[in-house]
Design a protein around this ligand. Sequence first.
Ligand SMILES: *Cc1c(COP(=O)(O)O)cnc(C)c1O
Length: 400
Amino acid sequence: MSATNDLLAVAEKNLYGNYGPRSVVLERGEGSFVWDSEGQRYLDLYSGIAVSVLGHAHPRLTAAICEQAGKLLHQTNYFLTAPNVRLAERLCALTGMQRAFFCNSGTEATEAALKLVRRHFFDRGQTERHRVIAFDNAFHGRTLGALSVTGQSKYKEGFGPMGGVTHVPFGDLEATARALGPDVAAIITEPIQAEGGIFVAPPGFLAGLRRLCSESGTFLIMDEIQTGMGRTGSFLYSQSLDVRPDVVTMAKALGGGVPIGAMLCDGALAAALPPGSHGTTFGGNPLASAAALATLTVLEQDGLLARCQELGALLTSRLDDMVQRHPVVVGRRGAGLLQGLVLADGIVPKDAVVRLREAGVLVTIAGSNVLRFTPALTIGIAELEEGLRVVDRVLGEIGR
Ligand SMILES: *Cc1c(COP(=O)(O)O)cnc(C)c1O
């Protein structure tokens, strides 16, 4: 039995089945290419769902991780470490927030944000002020608290009850205003609903939420877990619109592939989680912090935000062109290097992803019918062009 077949057989027997069957074993990566255990090479246009922002095995990130691993892998939150303190400093400077709390994933960043706003009002004697407004089709993570604000029934089915949240249509300011009340602690939104199918907030919507929150003393939580770290050409997507939330959540690309999440907040919320009220063993771990610091350094030193704008313009024009020529795709949505092609009715998204993979290109599905493109910000122009030529050819074949 080949090593690959052996792994597939053991996976089927011993891995939990919540991810569905998988047929490829990935072994290594370099830049925007990954290789499977049979030696097959793929061009990675998805970056582990917008995580591997510097591509794979980036030399400066790898060196920073190795160096920190040789010094101190872990401590507890009884002590400070320089990488973690410096990371808080850098993220506050980059986002305009004043305080950083670190965790290990996006869903934990959502949890921290929800606990933060509830506790803030509790400590002011406003114990009834705990309801949260969230949006239909949103995705904020999979722990019960984060699921409660997620707005897609496919993720929530069978895990209830979850309460204290009012969902309104994304983009509908009037419905949001109607849902507000003296019991509302926060509004939480993604600036671009990525998992839900790459829906960009309509013009004026995020600024409108900011206004509604300021008028009512409600906090605005911006989930930049997928849109942050330069994915759309600005550090946070909300910064490109000049909207300043009270709380920002980040994860995914933050550690360049090492698990880390962050909840950043305005100074007004600095005392909302007093010592002992919230925490996590691994949060702010020196290894993950060093990885995030190195990722931020490369983003800055290599001018990757400007590069993302340039590559994003190229991606936009190529995808728009495909929409013109291929009846199997009916639209393009997104910004920068977070883009989706909407598949026509009758095209099975999973089949399209498998055909692309067999042609050597990796993409993912967002929502029910969107091919999602989230390449590394370091991808070469020639590589991106090559990958898009393959997408173009495969879309033509699917249409025949
Ligand atoms: C991925 C994602 C999450 C959840 O992050 P995990 O690390 O998977 O827990 C939350 N919000 C958004 C917008 C995401 O894209």
